[in-house]
Design a protein around this ligand. Structure first.
Ligand code: ZN
Length: 175
């Protein structure tokens, strides 16, 4: 399985609502493996399918600590079905917005309903980093980025930086 190139913001593929998956077939299983490979190699703790250019409702996560065994999670068609009124603030980053970290406030706990790779309906409740991460990734599947929670001024500053980064990378590739 292969690591896939990451889509860097701003990019229209990161602003689309991803399509629900009808059936768990070999393509979806392969996509999930590619996504986990890409996430671990980046390295990151979460990745949505649109971040490798596939506009389908699939996300992967692993928020296990450095000294803990890996806990790869794959969610198909995930939906946040409950969120706490208590909020938590984390400094978030994103593989599609390299080297930018900003504090974002979100519900502290959430319940997520999803389909697993066996095709079974699952529900999970998360707190802490897992809760923040799953909300960040579900946002991706709905065309939303963590910088959308920031002021317009700050968001535009970050997007300018990303455009510059992308044009520099394109230049490097051309040389
Ligand atoms: Zn992200």
């Amino acid at each position: 399985m292969a690591m896939q190139p990451l889509v860097i913001a701003p990019d229209p593929r990161l602003k689309k609502v991803c399509a629900p998956v009808d059936a768990i077939d070999d393509d979806i299983k392969r996509l999930a493996r590619d996504m986990l490979d890409t996430m671990y190699k980046a390295p990151g703790i979460g990745l949505a399918a649109c971040q490798i250019g596939v506009l389908k409702q699939v996300l992967v996560m692993d928020c296990a600590g450095k000294d803990q065994p890996p806990e790869p999670m794959v969610m198909v068609n995930p939906k946040v079905t409950w969120s706490s009124t208590e909020v938590a603030t984390y400094e978030e980053g994103c593989l599609s917005i390299p080297d930018i970290y900003c504090e974002v406030e979100r519900p502290e706990r959430v319940t997520v309903a999803y389909t697993d790779l066996e095709g079974a309906a699952q529900t999970v409740e998360y707190g802490g980093l897992w809760a923040t991460c799953v909300q960040h990734e579900v946002d991706h599947l709905n065309g939303k980025l963590f910088i959308d929670y920031l002021s317009t001024l700050k968001r535009n500053m970050i997007l300018r930086k990303m455009r510059k980064l992308k044009s520099e990378r394109a230049k490097d590739e051309a040389e």
